[in-house]
Design a binder for this molecule. Structure first.
Ligand SMILES: Cc1cc2nc3c(=O)[nH]c(=O)nc-3n(C[C@H](O)[C@H](O)[C@H](O)COP(=O)(O)OP(=O)(O)OC[C@H]3O[C@@H](n4cnc5c(N)ncnc54)[C@H](O)[C@@H]3O)c2cc1C
Length: 319
C-alpha cells in the first residue's frame, strides 16, 4: 500500500478565525540537521508570532504537550519521535527585515531580535551595521531561540555575553514574561532554560542584545574569516555540531582523535574524519545508531583518559 503523502497527512484547523496547517505524523528527520528523528504526532511550521500563538491555542484545546524547536541543529530526536505537537519556530533571514535598534548613551546599541531569526544572518547583519558582539555567529546554523537555550557560541564569543533580556511565553499562565540575563544564567553551552526538562513550559519569543559600535569593515572581515574557518574544518554532511562539550582544560575532539576513533562507525553513523567531535549521518542513520556511537565513544575515551564526555547535543523524544 502506498504511504500517504504529506498533503494527505495534513489538515487545516481553524483557531480564532485563523487557518492553521497541522501536519500529522510528520517525520522529524526533515527538521533536524542530523536528518534523524521519528515522527511528531502533530507538527506546525510557524515563522511568525501569530501562527505560533494559534498553534499554542490549538494544542491547549486538544490537550497536547508542546515542544518548540528552531533550526534542529543541536538535537538528536529518538526514533520513536515526539508525542503531542511540535512547533518548528524559524524564519528565513530575508523575512526578518530590519531589526529594532535603540542607541544608548554609552556607545552601545540595543537590538531586539525575534526568536525565529537565523543566527548566521544575525552575525552578518550586525557586522554590516557596525555592531560588535555577534560576528562569531556567521556560518552557524540554527536560530536565535535555539541559540539562547543552548547559549551558543564560537571563537571566544557567545550569545550569553550580549543578552540583556528575553521575551518569553509562559504556557501555563498564557502570559508574556521577561527574563533578565541573570535569570537565564548562561554558562558554557548551558542555561536555566536548557536545564528544564522537555516539554518545557516556556517559549522564547525574542531577545534583546547589547552590541557595541565598531568598524563594519573590521567586523565583516572577522565574520567572513569565521565562516571560512567552518567551511574548512567542519564536515559538510548531515551532523549536529559538537556532540560533546569540551571537558575543562582540553578538547573533546582531541580526546576522541587520540583514542583512534576518527572514522569509527556504527551502522550509518560515523565519527567525522574532519573533526572528531562531529558525528555524521552517512545516509539513513537511526537515532539508535547515533546513541550507540555516542556510548561507544564515551567508553573508549573514558578507558583511555579517565574522562567521561558529556553530550552537548540535546537528546529528546521516545525510543
Ligand atoms: C555544522 C554545525 C556547527 C555547529 N557549530 C556550533 C558552534 O560553533 N557553537 C555552538 O554553540 N553550536 C554549534 N552548533 C550547534 C547549533 O547550531 C547551535 O547550538 C544552535 O544555536 C542551535 O539552534 P537551533 O535553532 O538549531 O536549536 P534547536 O536544535 O532547534 O533547539 C535547541 C534547543 O532549543 C529549544 N528551542 C529552540 N527554539 C526555541 C524557542 N523559540 N523557545 C523555546 N525553546 C526553543 C529546543 O527545544 C531545544 O531544547 C553547530 C551545529 C552544526 C550543525
Amino acid at each position: 500500500m502506498a504511504m500517504p503523502t504529506r498533503a494527505e497527512r495534513s489538515r487545516v484547523v481553524t483557531v480564532d478565525g485563523r487557518s492553521l496547517r497541522v501536519l500529522v505524523s510528520e517525520p522529524l528527520a526533515r527538521y533536524t540537521t542530523f536528518r534523524i528523528g521519528g515522527p511528531a504526532d502533530f507538527l506546525v511550521r510557524a515563522s511568525d508570532r501569530a501562527t505560533l500563538e494559534s498553534a499554542l491555542i490549538w494544542a491547549e484545546r486538544e490537550g497536547l504537550p508542546v515542544t518548540v524547536i528552531g533550526g534542529g541543529s543541536n538535537l538528536l530526536v529518538r526514533d520513536g519521535g515526539i508525542r503531542g505537537l511540535v512547533i518548528v519556530f524559524r524564519a528565513p533571514g530575508e523575512s526578518v527585515g530590519e531589526l529594532a535598534t535603540a542607541a544608548q548613551d554609552d556607545g552601545s546599541v540595543l537590538v531586539t531580535l525575534p526568536a525565529t531569526a537565523p543566527l548566521s544572518w544575525v552575525g552578518h547583519w550586525a557586522s554590516e551595521h557596525g555592531l560588535a558582539g555577534m560576528e562569531w555567529a556567521a556560518g552557524l546554523p540554527g536560530v536565535v531561540g535555539g541559540a539562547v537555550v543552548n547559549n551558543a557560541g564560537a571563537h571566544g564569543g557567545e550569545i550569553g555575553h550580549v543578552i540583556v533580556d528575553l521575551e518569553l511565553y509562559d504556557l501555563p499562565s498564557r502570559r508574556l514574561v521577561r527574563w533578565t540575563r541573570e535569570q537565564l544564567a548562561p554558562r558554557y553551552r548551558m542555561t536555566a532554560l536548557k536545564a528544564l526538562s522537555q516539554p518545557r513550559s516556556l517559549v522564547v519569543l525574542g531577545a534583546r542584545l547589547r552590541l557595541l559600535r565598531d568598524d563594519p569593515a573590521r567586523l565583516l572581515a572577522f565574520a567572513e574569516e569565521h565562516a571560512r574557518w567552518r567551511r574548512m574544518h567542519q564536515p559538510t554532511g548531515p551532523c549536529a555540531g559538537s556532540v560533546f562539550t569540551n571537558p575543562p582544560g582540553t578538547y573533546a575532539g582531541y580526546l576522541i582523535e587520540q583514542a583512534g576513533l576518527k572514522g569509527f562507525r556504527i551502522g550509518q553513523m560515523a565519527v567525522s574524519e574532519r573533526h572528531a567531535n562531529f558525528f555524521v549521518n552517512l545516509g539513513g542513520a537511526t537515532a539508535r545508531e547515533a546513541l550507540a556511537l555516542i556510548e561507544a565513544v564515551q567508553e573508549r575515551v573514558a578507558e583511555r583518559f579517565g574522562i567521561v564526555l558529556q553530550p552537548e547535543i540535546e537528546i529528546i523524544g521516545e525510543s
